[in-house]
Design a binder for this molecule. Sequence first.
Ligand code: DHB
Ligand code: FE
Length: 309
Amino acid sequence: MPANLIKRDAIAALAARAAGLGQPEGNPRLKQVVNRLLGDLMLAIDELDISMNEFWTGVAYLTQAGKQNEFGLIVPGVVLEHFLDLRLDEAERRAGLSGSTVRTIEGPLYIAGAPLSNGEARLDDGTDDGEVLFMEGQVRAVSGEPIAGAVVDVWHANTMGNYSHFDPSQAAFNLRRRIETDKEGRYKFRSIMPSGYACPPGSQTEKLLQAMGRHGNRPAHVHFFVTAPGYRKLTTQINIDGDKYLHDDFAFGTRDELIPRVERVSDAAEIHKAGLNKPFSRIRFDFTVTKEATGAPASIVAREHAEAA
Ligand code: DHB
Ligand code: FE
């Protein structure tokens, strides 16, 4: 079929009717958004001459993605989650908020309600013989003042790149903890060095990436939510330096400020002092959070999370 078969004002009129713009009832914001998205979609169909077969292939793709609960994976893979971060960064800049640790995507694999401990925690249950990782740092305000009683909610993958809860072979909340900072604002934990995550083989996400000539790998990373009363919630990650996918993350989560130095410790005396018998790694990473400010865009995102069983 040729492209551009339908007049632009006819498309606009169809979108407006379908979105209920002429009706007094309904949610005005929803109508506004649906009108825009439908209009843009019809324009794309007409300009690109999207065939009926292509259209219904897309519908089948999305239906299957929904059945497999994959929208949370597709969104970062098609850069939209990072794009939302860029918008929030810029909105904060315009609201005069600055000095916070850089944010990056949450991803789809957070589970609320991980065990809470004071000052320090061990994240791994000892069943994964990965390289031991010690991580520590301080949570501070932009003024430099340490924040006692902040909560560092941390989660990461195991040495296979898999997350507990989504990987039924791992114990509940393995590699997931909430750590409350001590009176100097410090947190620390012992865990294992994660491996990079790869989109599940055969998933709808992987199929789409493959069809676009892309891979579905992320560099090894550790996720954080940092919260403290009166401060804006920080959603971020650190990436493990040296990872093959460090600057080729399918989910666009890597940011230059989030690649701390990884200290590889192989000195026998240090290993002994740490109570270990093989080399380990150490990362120091401090978090800076900004004070909540009236008029600033929300830093707490209402988002559905899987519930722990
Ligand atoms: C995805 C997985 C992650 O571990 C992550 O941090 C971000 C995105 C994903 O599957 O899309
Ligand atoms: Fe992740």
